[in-house]
Design a protein around this ligand. Structure first.
Ligand code: GLU
Length: 303
């Protein structure tokens, strides 16, 4: 597969230690970029200050390095780039595309559980979209800080994923600024990927459903859409998404159990058909073997 200007990235949120699923996504993102001779960037998505844990980002970077992954330029942290997101939000606001939303989580859950035409389950049904000035003032007076939502008018957005094929989703009016003032993930990621010249987004399949939203944000900001490859997740033996309770799931835990980082990398490589049983190929060899077209699209189940 030839991907012109395939600058790629891995963008973990420093909310917990990377598990094997995260590490596998990082390895694949690295292989996608480096096998094209492209740049590979690492960005720390640390805007959700309530969930960020100190020291975790450093540990994540150390784990990537232990697997042999390298990246170009300094690691970028979203918390240091607030102006970029604020500018983007201001541009959307000037275009009259935003409205304040005073709904609490519970209210949204309740409202979203009622059927709303073509909107997917859990989508924001537009409760605050048509609030009058008086309605807003009343909510402001009650001391509710608003989030800012981007109008989507139920737009349906499709893209062609390199692994999943055509993915289509109806976009709800998504939050671009949270009610605690932080720029929302769906906005920041789009702004950053463009600003950093990322043209190839390789990330976990769990994020595929939010991609139509990000494409909507990009379109409204007049930004180009990158290519996407949503790679399969790693599941525990019970079929649930990998988590602590599945046992030894982080690099440190694997090392404590006697595996070397190269063996962990080989195990991940094996799960995507890049290594034979018992084999521990060098990273260069993996690069040589890597072909995105032969990647499985089924999740890996950790035995
Ligand atoms: N920071 C996001 C996460 O860890 C991923 C961002 C992305 O790859 O778009 O879930």
């Amino acid at each position: 597969m030839e991907i012109a200007n395939a600058t790629g990235r891995y963008a973990p949120s420093p909310t917990g230690t990377l598990h094997l699923g995260n590490l596998r996504t990082a390895l694949l993102a690295w292989l996608f970029a480096r096998s094209q001779g492209a740049r590979f960037l690492v960005r720390i998505d640390d805007l959700d200050t309530g969930r960020v844990r100190p020291g975790v980002a450093e540990q994540q970077l150390a784990d990537l390095a232990a697997l042999g992954l390298d990246w170009d330029g300094p690691v970028v942290r979203q918390s240091e780039r607030r102006e970029l997101y604020d500018d983007a939000i201001a541009r959307l606001d000037e275009g009259g595309q935003l409205y304040p939303c005073y709904c609490t989580r519970a209210e949204i859950r309740q409202a979203a559980s009622a059927p709303h035409g073509s909107l997917p389950e859990g989508a924001y049904p537009g409760t605050c979209r048509e609030l009058t000035a008086a309605g807003r003032a009343e909510r402001e007076a009650a001391g509710r800080p608003p989030a800012l939502r981007l109008r989507a008018d139920g737009a349906s957005v499709a893209f062609t994923d390199r692994l999943l094929g055509r993915v289509e989703g109806v976009v709800d009016d998504l939050v671009v600024r949270r009610n605690d003032g932080a720029p929302a993930y769906n906005l920041a990621v789009v702004v950053d990927d463009t600003a950093q010249g990322v043209r190839e987004v390789v990330r976990g399949a769990d994020l595929a459903e939010t991609t139509p939203r990000q494409l909507h944000v990009a379109a409204r900001l007049g930004l180009p859409a990158p290519g996407y490859a949503h790679v399969p997740l790693v599941l525990g033996a019970d079929g649930a998404r990998l988590a602590k309770r599945h046992g030894s799931v982080t690099l440190a835990e694997r090392i404590a159990a006697g595996q070397s980082p190269a063996e962990v990398r080989a195990q991940l490589a094996r799960s995507v058909g890049l290594a034979a049983p018992q084999e521990t190929p060098a990273l260069d060899e993996l690069l040589h073997r890597f072909d995105p077209l032969t990647l499985p699209t089924e999740p890996m189940v950790l035995a």
